[in-house]
Design a protein around this ligand. Structure first.
Ligand SMILES: NC(=O)c1ccc[n+]([C@@H]2O[C@H](COP(=O)([O-])OP(=O)(O)OC[C@H]3O[C@@H](n4cnc5c(N)ncnc54)[C@H](OP(=O)(O)O)[C@@H]3O)[C@@H](O)[C@H]2O)c1
Length: 280
């Protein structure tokens, strides 16, 4: 199936195998951004409840079986947990059309392993993070066949409403994006909870402390985004005057090796990702 055939067909269909959290995020963004109409989206699921809920919310198409989904859709997005992958795909492996576009959202499952489960299709991996829900995600993208000109651009345009899509050559780089952006979002929330806790200890209500924290992180991010030519080191210097209040806090951050602690967190996440990959 050629890409131009898919792109030029205004009724081409995108299928989601699995109707869980991530599919719900994708549906909302794709429909609200008018990237796709509800009738261009089909979903299948192991059990019926979530399917009916998605149908009543978005008026999308429902597939009675995974085979029907694969048969009727031009692009199939596999949105089941990594441990459910084999059970979901092996029975329907022969239903895929040669060169069909198949996108995996699973962590830990490498493109070559995916190709072994379903060969002769155009596999790509996509890794969204939770801010994708509001269109501010950082989304990793890696295609199996680097010579497949156009596939990367097609997926980028399909998923543009979820956020910034970073396309990489290797799965090592894909994992770096996953840990820094997907796990990283969790790390940032953890830091935010420390901020909120300290402000509350100083007598502010939880609501006030949360607002101060969120606006501090948001303002800092926005300032960095709008100052692309100013490094983080320079942005730090702009806050801290010599022997001043901020400098005292920064000195302590360096003495207590906050950077080392964070680096260890990244490395531990990296190691865990490799362990999980072996289990799947
Ligand atoms: N959540 C995140 O923030 C996030 C971020 C990045 C990537 N991901 C990846 O995205 C994928 C989906 O995650 P999720 O959080 O959306 O999981 P989820 O909420 O658990 O949804 C998975 C869905 O797959 C369905 N399913 C399982 N086996 C099936 C089968 N054989 N046939 C059809 N449907 C089947 C489940 O059906 P039942 O209703 O019957 O259980 C469930 O609705 C995972 O690979 C995950 O690693 C998630």
């Amino acid at each position: 199936m050629s890409l131009s055939h898919i792109i030029q067909n205004p009724n081409h269909k995108i299928g989601f195998l699995g109707a869980g959290n991530m599919t719900t995020v994708f549906l909302r963004r794709l429909i609200e951004s008018n990237t796709l109409t509800p009738k261009q989206i089909m979903v299948s699921n192991r059990t019926d409840g979530k399917l009916q809920k998605l149908k009543s919310t978005y008026d999308i198409l429902i597939a009675n079986t995974n085979e029907q989904l694969v048969d009727e859709c031009d692009v199939v997005i596999i949105a089941v947990k990594p441990q459910d992958f084999n059970e979901a795909l092996e029975p329907i492996a022969s239903s895929f059309k040669p060169d069909q576009i198949v996108i995996s959202l699973a962590a830990g499952l490498a493109l070559n392993s995916l190709y072994k489960i379903v060969p002769n299709v155009r596999w790509a991996r996509v890794m969204p993070n939770t801010p994708s829900r509001i269109g501010h995600g950082v989304i990793g993208l890696c295609t199996r066949d680097k010579k497949d000109v156009g596939l990367e651009e097609y997926i980028k345009s399909l998923l543009a409403s979820l956020g910034t899509i970073i396309s990489v050559e290797s799965e090592e780089d894909f994992n770096t994006i996953m840990i820094s952006s997907s796990s990283g979002t969790g790390f940032v929330f953890e830091l935010m909870s420390y901020w909120q806790e300290w402000i509350e200890e100083r007598g502010f209500t939880a609501e006030e402390a949360r607002q101060i924290t969120v606006e501090t992180f948001f303002g800092a991010s926005l300032l960095a985004q709008q100052s692309p030519n100013i490094s983080f080191v320079e942005l730090v210097s702009a806050v801290a005057s010599k022997k001043g209040v901020t400098a005292a806090g920064l000195d302590s951050m360096r003495e207590t090796e906050v950077e080392r602690a964070l680096r260890i967190s990244f490395e531990k996440a990296w190691i865990r990702n490799q362990e999980i990959a072996k289990l799947v």
